[in-house]
Design a binder for this molecule. Structure first.
Ligand code: PEP
Ligand code: MN
Length: 337
């Protein structure tokens, strides 16, 4: 349920609604809006009688939320969520551009990548220190050493750091270094991790599971938000289909569908989405044209030497060209970069 307060509701009236929700054994989630405050209610197994709220002073309306995902839905919050990452917006009118190598490999590699993507216009540096590899024999990441190198790159460039956290055990360490915690596709339905992320005061970039439906993905985001962390962005990174010519199938249908269903920012990952360097730029452009709030792109100073995902990593010069095109498309769809 959602309790919508009147635009002129007082602090006291809001507090009394919150108290009443708690007295019923339910959890209130106060959502400030441009016009008025709304209070999402979770924890109810059956239906709640809405009239008991409708009659309270300061309340405009009490409405049932029809979707199974509540707090992330547009029904509960009409305005787009813009996450403030230490002064850099994630979501909103200005497109969010995240770029960098798949894995942090060395000081030279990450610093070169960071300077290149910054010069091209990215404001976030991506790079994994803990890598979820399909084979146990493949490069698993530099762990804390990689996080330290990312922190060094942030110091040198001012870029914000996006890096993956794979488990609850390393969550406090990764959260110490990261500006945004990336949750990998393979972990999207790790519900105990989702609950832990609800307790963390760091923005989350939640990647879509390779076989997850949009509803399942939104329910995973709901776990994080219901746990108290409202700073969640979604990342479409391709789903598994019958097609074998491409690594995954970038589901651009998800972009407009998500923008209608949820207020959370939507980021597109064309690199994992198609998995082929020659076609990454086309899918990045398509993602922006479809209405995504940003892109996350793998860029490596020397892709043929990359320890992971070299086949889909752009050269710095290719990323620079892509950014020029992104600026043109951004203008056509009413966005800035
Ligand atoms: C990555 O971003 O390098 C990555 C492993 O992505 P995904 O979880 O989408 O496969
Ligand atoms: Mn990768």
């Amino acid at each position: 349920m959602l309790v919508v307060m009147k635009p002129n509701a007082t602090e006291g009236e809001i507090a009394r609604v919150v108290e009443k929700i708690r007295a019923l054994g339910l959890t209130p989630h106060t959502i400030p809006g441009a016009q008025r405050v709304a209070i999402g209610v979770t924890g109810n197994r059956g239906g709640i009688e809405t009239t008991q709220f409708e009659t309270m002073p300061g309340v405009a309306d009490a409405i049932r939320v029809s979707q199974p995902f509540k707090l992330v839905s547009r029904e509960v919050k009409a305005e787009d969520t813009v996450i403030d990452v230490g002064g850099v917006p994630l979501g909103g009118r200005a497109l969010t551009v995240m770029a960098g190598p798949c894995s942090v490999e060395s000081k030279e590699q990450i610093l070169e990548a960071a300077h290149a993507v910054k010069a091209a216009g990215a404001r976030f540096l991506r790079g994994g220190a803990f890598k979820p590899r399909t084979s146990p024999y493949e490069f698993q990441g530099l762990a804390e050493e990689g996080l330290k190198l990312l922190a060094l790159a942030r110091e040198e460039t001012g870029l914000k750091i996006v890096t993956e956290v794979m488990d609850a055990e390393t969550l406090p360490m990764v959260a110490d270094y990261a500006d945004v915690l990336q949750i990998g596709a393979r972990n999207m339905q790790n519900f105990s991790l989702m609950k832990q992320l609800g307790q963390v005061r760091r923005p989350i970039l939640l990647k879509r599971g390779p076989s997850a439906t949009i509803k399942e993905w939104l329910m995973a985001a709901e776990y994080v938000v219901a746990g108290g962390n409202y700073q969640v962005a979604l990342c479409e990174r391709g789903i598994r289909t019958f097609e074998t010519m491409t690594r995954n199938t970038l589901d651009l249908n998800a972009v407009p569908v998500l923008k209608a269903l949820t207020h959370l920012p939507v980021i597109v990952d064309p690199s994992h989405g198609i998995g082929l360097r020659a076609h990454v730029a086309a899918m990045a452009r398509a993602g922006i044209a479809a209405g995504a709030d940003g892109i996350i792109v793998e860029v490596h100073p020397c892709p043929e030497k990359a320890l992971s995902d070299g086949q889909q990593s752009l050269l710095p010069s290719e990323f620079e060209d892509l950014m020029k095109q992104v600026r043109v498309i951004a203008g056509a769809v009413g966005r800035t970069v």
